[in-house]
Design a protein around this ligand. Sequence first.
Ligand SMILES: *Cc1c(COP(=O)(O)O)cnc(C)c1O
Length: 396
Amino acid sequence: MLMKNIYFDHAATTKPKEEVIREMLPYLDERYGNPSATYGLGMQNKGAIAFAREKVAMGLGCDAKHIYFTSGGTEADNWALIGVAEKNRMKGNHIITTKIEHHAVLNTCKFLERKGFEITYLDVDKQGIVSVENLANAIRPTTILISVMFANSEIGTLEPIKEIGKIARRKGIIFHTDGVQAYGQTKIDVDEYGFDLFSGSSHKIYGPKGIGFLYIRDENMISGFIHGGMQEKGMRAGTENVAAIVGFGKAAELAQINLQKKEMKKQKLRDYMVERIINEIPYTKTNGDYKHRLANNVNVSFSFVQASNVKTMLDNEGIYVSTGAACASREQYPSHVLQAIGCSEDEMQGAIRITVGEENTKEEIDYFILKLKEIIDSLRRKSLSYGVKMKLYSEK
Ligand SMILES: *Cc1c(COP(=O)(O)O)cnc(C)c1O
């Protein structure tokens, strides 16, 4: 039998596009010059970086001078929080964030707590949305930074960042957003949202891994992160990963082509999938707000099963989904996001995340649903609690 290869884990990473790889290859080979060198072999690479920076900036509707390349979304988040904390220590030591941030933000906050900073971790409602009112009430005279993610990586929920941006502006507080799940997936204009800092990553948008950026509105807000040479205006030193930057630039450029059309396509596929899952598999519930949500994300809880078993059995069929965020899925304790939205133990145990990409098809979804129904059914037949429940029903 032909092994299927159906990828539904685009929130974890994506397969680099052929055009992206083709653009990168010369920079791994004959174009090896150091971009800081002052002869042709090096200088041409400086040009390639400048060109890529322009293309990455297009995804935010900003000038290229605000884009600082990093080793990925994680580094951008670390830089945003630590850089602002360090630079503004004299003004205050209080930071506001939420309980559902990516670990790149949450664990950086934990680090800053050990350094004497005070962090408010805001609750979210049952849909995974932070309350703007609670946020406004949490502001202190010592608040130096608000960091709220654009879109949640596990449940896809879009946060009210436009309103949060307005409050931050009014209060003169620096506003950072982890935009890794949104960048290149939906139309973003930095000025419209009022971001001061924005983290993005390449490998979530069909680019190479190990490259991302931090958008910095004003260099005076933040201290440099890697100390050394004058690369990235001396704020993030170290010889540039030219091939990765060039690949990221290409991926960013491709992402902007028919952006809204691709977004609609993903949403249609996702909605079709959700409708079939809910209608055809009983004792199933979706997690996260359905309206304020990324186009490609569904997070769904199947009662009476262990999500890890569902994932493994799907894997055996050549279908890839996630149980919570990829980087957290090795951990035994349940997802901090599902916990924050008040999921029950049963709902957390049986939660899987399916994130579609622009290359997925309706046929793939049909095949997936077919296999999913078989798998859920066979797992439930082995489940004691399901057996008890069915027995109770039949006796009524
Ligand atoms: C993937 C992701 C990150 C980390 O980005 P890397 O480039 O993998 O370091 C940070 N935040 C969010 C919301 C993500 O989805």
